[in-house]
Ligand binder design. Structure first.
Ligand code: AMP
Ligand code: MG
Length: 328
């Protein structure tokens, strides 16, 4: 069922049921994080590996403290500026947080999402919501309630419809487990914006941190060759191409995801031009919808441009690169 009634959502959550919730990044598949059976349902419905931890969502810093979490100074500086918002903090876990949420690791990921309906829902709950993206594990994340319904509708009692996601890519994840904060995933808040507030941070992008099939710890580098397919489209996706690569295909069987360019050798109906005015935020917002739309066309292959490697372009490139990894 899809609806906009917060009380219905609350009732299902209190009964240990799953509810899909809107956020500014992507739709989440939420359960009461303190109810282990409810959290297990998330893994089951998503077919998500149980060693991949979940982000917990709440509406205030005070609630995080009330769950015995110790919040580092630099986290508080960032939270003052960017929470609610598309930024997730990885900090030391407390005993209040069930192990199933953190996949047995001693760190927990926390976020205050910036969406009116969901903030109101969270403010009425005395427990956090564990919520990964509301898509089957490994596939494109949902940015509309209808995306959730199409992929998981039969398994979720209630989808809270909050309209289209305004940011459109997942949150940036920053870890405070080591002395220097480390970005574990590029996302809806730019590295540049973070460094303006807390100075230089590390990134572990050479280690490909957001692989869905592996646990994520700072001390466990993941070699690029182990990068698993994520954000998968049905059609083969080729990322960061040369136009001469088109010649291996019939040009009218090519789908395109580009920043602003119109490729005249490809039918215009097969081209997703994400931002003619070259605005990275607009491109990020449209990315996952465009991946779904192009994938429905009668084509043989999808080509995706490499976006400028700065600001939200980093998150876009990360998602497209993962989508381009061939399944084994
Ligand atoms: P999703 O909500 O589907 O975008 O996925 C959540 C992602 O958050 C996981 O795949 C991890 O990359 C990251 N994450 C969640 N919890 C932790 C944690 N305790 N330590 C490190 N990374 C985490
Ligand atoms: Mg996900």
């Amino acid at each position: 069922m899809i609806g906009t009634d917060i009380n219905t959502a609350i009732n299902f959550l209190k009964q240990g049921e799953l509810v899909a919730i809107p956020t500014e990044t992507v739709y989440g598949l939420a359960a009461n994080a303190f109810d282990e059976n409810a959290v297990l349902k998330i893994y089951h419905v998503k077919n998500r590996p149980q060693f991949n931890p979940l982000i917990i969502h709440t509406n205030s810093i005070e609630k995080l403290k009330s769950w015995d979490l110790v919040l580092p100074e630099k986290m508080l500086l960032l939270a003052a500026k960017f929470s609610p918002g598309p930024l997730t903090f990885v900090i030391k876990k407390s005993n209040t947080i069930p192990d199933i949420v953190t996949a047995g690791t001693d760190a927990v990921a926390v976020r205050i999402p910036n969406h009116k309906l969901t903030l109101e829902l969270l403010s009425k709950l005395d427990f956090p919501l564990a919520a990964p993206s509301a898509n089957p594990s490994g596939f494109v994340s949902p940015t509309k309630a209808s995306h959730v319904f199409e992929q998981l509708g039969e398994h979720i009692p209630y989808i809270l419809d909050g309209g289209d996601c305004e940011v459109g890519v997942e949150s940036t994840i920053i870890s405070f487990l080591d002395e220097t904060p480390t970005i574990l995933r590029f996302g809806g808040l730019s590295l540049e914006a973070i460094e303006l507030v807390i100075g230089k941070v590390n990134t572990i992008f050479s280690q490909q941190s957001t692989v869905d099939s592996r646990p994520l710890t700072v001390n466990q580098p993941i070699a690029p060759g182990m990068l698993s397919r994520h954000y998968a489209t049905k059609h083969k996706l080729i990322f960061d191409f040369k136009e001469t690569d088109f010649n291996q295909y019939h040009h009218d069987r090519i789908g395109m995801i580009s920043y602003s360019k119109n490729y005249t050798s490809i039918p215009i109906s097969n081209q997703m031009i994400l931002s003619p005015e070259r605005k990275l935020a607009e491109a990020a917002r449209k990315l996952f919808s465009a991946m779904r739309e192009i994938d429905e066309k009668d084509i043989d292959v999808i080509f995706a441009e490499k976006f400028p490697d700065l600001d939200l372009g980093r998150a876009i490139n990360d998602r497209l690169k993962r989508a381009s990894v061939e399944s084994k």
